[in-house]
Design a protein around this ligand. Structure first.
Ligand code: NI
Length: 258
């Protein structure tokens, strides 16, 4: 067990878990007023559920949609009443329009992950606008006009290029590197080991192991009192007004751009 914990700690450092912030929820008093003498007799989970602040978290999925994995994920999220956000590659929309319409109909947020998954930092400013716009037009044709927030591929963008972007941009605060681990169990441990309320979790609906992991993460965190919402809802809940051209790791945490 000790070696496992040590290994898990190393893994968490390697996989970009956000730096620990004090978990104030542990001390927060919630809306329910429960006499202390009763609280003392309860098990920890029940006590937490009674007095804890609601805990919200956002699952995000990049690089889809992909038939076979994205639809299985949507089935699982629907069963669990969990919302998510999908940052879709424009090139992959054709032939998968039904999957996109299903995402929209089932309350998920759809975002833009550029048309051809390019490294925006290597592109001229005009080409950046073109990549983002082309994906937007493609998404609009599938699900109608809406505000498609952008997740730059690899999270890479600089201030000069960001100034061209007319929507908010979404980075992440928990990255288990699911694409590299390709192991559902390890991805689940990496996420549940460091997640905090308000986090934005990065996964990819492209891999079967990531779909397995995502559904297990939902089960475990719902069991711990978490509610899964879209990124847009997370901003609203936290009272943060998202600004166009700004890259957010979490609603309250802007990522500095080079
Ligand atoms: Ni990507």
């Amino acid at each position: 067990m000790r070696t496992f914990c040590a290994w898990a700690a190393v893994l968490l450092v390697l996989t970009g878990c956000h730096t620990a912030e004090p978990d104030l929820t542990e001390y927060a008093s919630g809306p329910a007023e429960v006499p202390l003498e009763i609280l003392g007799e309860m098990d920890e989970a029940t006590r937490e559920a009674l007095i804890g602040e609601p805990k919200y978290v956002a699952l995000t999925f990049d690089d889809g949609p992909r038939p076979g994995t994205t639809d299985r994920l949507l089935d699982g999220l629907l069963e669990r009443d969990a919302a998510a956000t999908f940052f879709v590659i424009g090139e992959q929309v054709r032939g998968n329009e039904a999957l996109l319409r299903r995402m929209a109909a089932e309350g998920h947020q759809i975002g833009n992950h550029t048309y051809s998954h390019v490294r925006l930092l290597k592109m001229e400013k005009d080409a950046v606008v073109e990549e983002v716009h082309k994906a937007e037009v493609t998404l609009e044709a599938a699900v109608g006009k809406r505000d498609f927030w952008l997740r730059p591929p690899y999270g890479g963008i600089d201030a000069a290029r960001a100034a061209q972007i007319r929507t908010p941009m979404v980075y992440w605060s928990v990255d288990p590197q699911d694409w590299k681990l390709l192991d559902a169990g390890k991805v689940v441990e990496a996420v549940t080991g460091c997640v905090q309320p308000g986090d934005i979790i990065l996964l990819h609906d492209f891999y079967p192991t990531s779909v397995d992991a995502a559904l297990e993460i939902v089960d475990r965190l719902q069991g711990a009192g978490y509610t899964f919402v879209t990124v847009e809802e997370l901003f609203r809940i936290q009272g943060v007004e998202p600004q166009p051209g700004t890259l957010y790791a979490r609603p309250g945490k802007v990522r500095e751009l080079p």
